[in-house]
Design a protein around this ligand. Structure first.
Ligand code: XMP
Length: 310
């Protein structure tokens, strides 16, 4: 495929479709939403409004670093502080599906839905790719129905359009387009990160202090494994505690699981055979996080395990 021709064609089409109206999109910093942002900015300039929603569930420094990466490219991204809304919605929830539902609902209905209405945008850009559509049709993924997720009745919202400029591309195509658009390697080569963010990596209740723990562990794992070439690596906070001993005193500490996998599309995965020295270094840093006294390496392939824990 000629990706430069793809870009030119999409830019043309976006300009023709949006005309002099306003379009909006939510940027997560993942490669799909980043490409939509860069592509639509090229087509629409200041008629595009891009927001990054700080859900309290992101990794260390992530909201600020995504906004800065785009500022360096001349693209303005508005940071929306929705931390309280997400933390309130997750309060007391321990069931994985309920937690995922709370994150999705808060994002679309409470936070983004409101922003869309306030801006009066007539077009919503979404980074759906071909694989998303195929998996939705095959029943592997939950239905992507952006309008209903936003709580918008298509009839009532007549004239409101969802545009999906990447819907003919697969991930490799998206990455090729990302490079042609001048997006940095930190985005084009980013490892996958789930929509529910760190909430997918906390077993049990999501609280600010438990988020701080898994965020610190995630930073350690991402730093130590940055050059290991694996498909994905992550840290998970379990809901159990274990007895330990530190400075001669018994303690009942938290447990972090480290996961590192090889895969091509995350539908199946094997475990990376990391060197002992790497595992030891990670362990040493993880048990230095306040309240954590164990670090485990997950040896389970997918299936039967999934990649995430929630
Ligand atoms: P699982 O845990 O289902 O994950 O084996 C497979 C791949 O998908 C990512 N993942 C998600 N990505 N929204 C996403 O955009 C989600 O809700 C979500 N849940 C899991 C996961 O990180 C892995 O790469």
């Amino acid at each position: 495929m000629d990706y430069q021709a793809f870009i030119d064609q999409q830019v043309d089409e976006l300009r023709r479709t949006v005309g002099d109206q306003v379009a909006i999109n939510a940027l997560s910093g993942g490669v799909d939403s980043s490409v939509v942002t860069a592509l639509a900015h090229r087509a629409l300039g200041s008629q595009l409004k891009t927001v990054f929603v700080d859900s309290a569930l992101m990794r260390e420094g992530e909201p600020q670093s995504v906004v800065k990466t785009f500022a360096d490219l001349g693209i303005r991204v508005d940071l929306v502080d929705a931390r309280k809304a997400f933390l309130d919605a997750l309060k007391g929830l321990t069931d994985p599906e309920q937690k995922r539902h709370a994150v999705t609902d808060t994002f679309y209905k409470t936070v983004f839905g409101k922003i869309v209405r306030q801006t009066g945008a007539k077009f919503l850009l979404h980074g759906t790719i071909l694989t998303d559509i195929e998996e939705t049709v095959a029943g592997i993924k939950r239905q992507h129905n952006i309008l209903s997720q936003l709580g918008i009745d298509p009839k009532e919202a007549y004239g409101y359009h969802v545009l999906e400029p990447l819907k003919t591309l697969r991930k490799d195509g998206v990455r090729a387009v990302a490079s042609l658009l001048g997006l940095p390697d930190s985005i084009t080569r980013r490892i996958p990160f789930p929509g529910p963010a760190l909430a997918a990596r906390i077993v049990g209740e999501v609280t600010e202090s438990r988020l701080a723990t898994v965020r610190a562990a995630t930073a350690v794992v991402e730093q130590e494994l940055a050059d290991c070439g694996a498909f994905q690596y992550l840290a998970v906070l379990l809901n159990d505690c274990a007895t330990g001993i530190r400075d001669g005193k018994r303690e009942f500490g938290q447990i972090i699981v480290v996961r590192c996998i090889e895969s091509t599309d995350a539908r199946q995965a094997t475990v990376t055979e990391l060197p002992w020295s790497t595992l030891h270094r990670i362990t040493e840093r993880i048990v230095a996080i306040p309240g954590v006294n164990r670090c485990l390496y997950d040896l389970t392939p997918k299936p039967p395990a999934t990649v995430e824990y929630v």
